[in-house]
Design a protein around this ligand. Structure first.
Ligand SMILES: Nc1nc2c(ncn2[C@@H]2O[C@H](COP(=O)(O)OP(=O)(O)OP(=O)(O)O)[C@@H](O)[C@H]2O)c(=O)[nH]1
Ligand SMILES: [Mg+2]
Length: 331
């Protein structure tokens, strides 16, 4: 899965593509027996070079993007949320169209130059080729820019191994999810005293004995319907849906996060009912601050209090989930 992240090359703009191809063509020089022959052969070489180089590059771009049908559900949906399948498909289709058009122009003008009866006619046909070629390539400038942005987003997607046991940390914004992930795993998420600090799925690893777990930090969720969730929140929902072997739900009873306990508990109930098959561990964070206890185990992600016990509990839950009877393995 992760290979294509490195395979997508930098996507050039229309202007860069044209500049590169034309610069190469300007150096083309083919000797001929007579001046007419020389000019004709040289212009044929220019048109061939410009067409080949541009078409090959455009098709390389189209092929480099992952084919969504082949990606697993989590990545496919994540890419849909942050880039948009339809938009990406449309941009790639336009670039494909452009490659085909470039190839058509190349063929058409090679024929015209070959048949041209004079140096003037060769020059005229070549000029016309440059004009039409530029305008075709310029028509996909927005698509190329879109693909370059998509490429950058894809490169920054977290490298998740769907085969490793995964703990997803969830809760309202600003309750201390990232602080906990930082404390227990290798991840270095941004932590800040305001909501919506985490804007995407962040992954860390946690070692315990010889086992490694993935710990996933998610953007904060507000208690609202799925349809009203924005692209940032949807990434948290996807992590919960596709990756979680256990969900650690954090409540902030100090309410310094800026949200009441009631709202946080309403979110807890809605998440629990949406993912009835995933084990839940509920904790109160910010135990070092004053708060209204809800009776759940208390931790402080900031001081570390209670965190070891929490992680022991997480491991116990994961252990109890493991399939030990080979007859029960999925077939
Ligand atoms: N006093 C205290 N502050 C904490 C504790 N855990 C987190 N904080 C603080 O709470 C603020 C929010 O922490 P984050 O880890 O960024 O919260 P988050 O849940 O990841 O927030 P979003 O990414 O915005 O959803 C930061 O200022 C943290 O330092 C804690 O146990 N005690
Ligand atoms: Mg965060």
């Amino acid at each position: 899965m992760q290979n294509w992240k490195r395979q997508i090359p930098t996507i050039m703009t229309s202007q860069e593509l044209l500049d590169r191809a034309y610069a190469r063509a300007s150096r083309a020089e083919v000797n001929g027996a007579a001046p007419f022959d020389h000019v004709k052969k040289t212009n044929i070489a220019k048109i061939t070079g410009i067409g080949d180089m541009t078409t090959t590059t455009l098709l390389k771009y189209v092929r480099a993007f992952p084919k969504m049908e082949r990606e697993d559900e989590f990545y496919s949906q994540l890419i849909d949320v942050i880039i948009g399948h339809d938009k990406l498909k449309r941009a790639l289709a336009n670039i494909s169209w452009c490659a085909e058009k470039c190839s058509d122009l190349q063929r058409k003008y090679l024929l015209r130059v070959r048949k041209a009866p004079s140096i003037d006619e060769v020059a005229k046909a070549t000029r016309e080729f440059y004009g039409r070629f530029s305008s075709v390539v310029n028509r996909v400038d927005a698509d190329l820019l879109f693909c370059q942005k998509a490429r950058d987003m894809l490169r920054h997607l977290p490298a998740i191994d769907t085969a490793v046991e995964t703990i997803v940390i969830a809760g309202y914004p600003n309750v201390g999810k990232s602080q906990l992930v930082e404390r227990v795993s290798s991840a270095k998420p941004a932590i800040a005293p305001y909501p919506f600090t985490t804007k995407g799925v962040v992954i860390g690893h946690m070692k315990s004995g010889w086992r490694t777990y993935q710990v996933i930090d998610t953007p904060g969720l507000l208690d609202r319907e799925l349809e009203k969730r924005n692209a940032i929140e949807l990434q948290a929902v996807l992590a919960l849906r596709y990756l979680a072997d256990v969900i650690v739900f954090i409540i902030d009873p100090s309410e310094t996060c800026g949200y009441t306990i009631d709202r946080q508990l309403a979110l807890l109930e809605s998440i629990r009912s949406n993912f009835p098959d995933v084990p839940f561990i509920e904790v109160e964070n910010k135990a070092d601050l004053e708060g209204k206890p809800t009776g759940r185990p208390r931790i402080s992600a900031l001081t570390g209090e209670g965190v070891d016990d929490l992680m022991k509990n997480v491991e116990a839950v994961l252990r109890s989930q493991r399939v030990t009877d080979p007859d029960k393995l999925p077939t």
